[in-house]
Design a protein around this ligand. Structure first.
Ligand SMILES: [Fe+2]
Length: 228
């Protein structure tokens, strides 16, 4: 009986949560001016790998927990890898979601006001965003609304999991891993960034602002990150 109960526990714990499912971004292929179909196709395949891996790691952790092997090296390694894969999955989804063919304009409103209060103009914001994107290394450039004062910050994320602002609201995401551009642009990362900036879906970014918590506040545009 005890064996049966243990087996039952093992099986139910393995299937207690639903697996993550890759979102369908295939509509971007052939639709983003300046980004080659093959580049986007490869990038989407790579994103699907993150979804596959997060599910494999989740299952692996459950198996180790069911066997009560949480103290081992394998558990620790998988646990750390889980965060890396998870952040990689989510950052890719945010990145693909904030792309649109030819971009969508940023309309007058709290976000534009906040950006101009912080960076003077939308163009100067883009210049600063690009400057951060040119930092040597692999990672992400993110526009974040930090949660304490509601300031806008352009922050660099190393790989996927080093540099996120805890509790910050992620508004705009750009992938600057080499796989995001090197097969089409070689070492000319700047050209890739220019194309990204021309294809931002500001409607999506604005929605992210609206969905952010009441505390974070783009609702209080008088609070600024920095005035030059
Ligand atoms: Fe990527």
């Amino acid at each position: 009986m005890r064996r049966f109960l243990f087996f039952l526990f093992l099986v139910t714990s393995l299937f207690a949560t639903n697996p993550y499912v890759a979102k369908d971004f295939s509509g971007l292929i052939g639709q983003i001016p300046g980004l080659a179909d093959e580049l986007i196709r490869m990038h989407l395949t790579l994103y699907e790998g993150y979804v596959k891996n997060i599910n494999l790691i989740t299952d692996g952790l459950k198996k180790l927990q069911a066997l009560r092997q949480e103290g081992g090296v394998s558990f620790g390694a998988l646990k750390k890898q889980w965060s890396w894969e998870y952040d990689g999955m989510i950052l890719h989804e945010l990145y693909f979601e904030n792309l649109a063919p030819g971009g969508r304009a940023l309309e007058d409103g709290p976000l534009l006001k906040k950006i101009t209060d912080t960076f003077k103009t939308l163009d100067s914001f883009k210049r600063e965003f690009k400057n951060v994107g040119m930092i040597r290394g692999i990672g992400w450039v993110v526009l974040t609304c930090e949660p304490i004062q509601g300031n806008l910050v352009i922050n660099w994320i190393d790989e996927h999991n080093i540099g996120e602002l805890v509790k910050g609201k992620t508004l705009l995401v750009m992938d600057v891993w080499e796989h995001a551009y090197i097969t089409q642009f070689g070492l000319d990362r700047g050209r890739y960034i220019d194309i990204f900036l021309n294809n931002i879906n500001w409607d999506v970014v604005t929605k992210r602002v609206e969905q952010s918590s009441k505390k974070s506040s783009l609702k209080n545009p008088s609070i600024v990150y920095r005035k030059n």
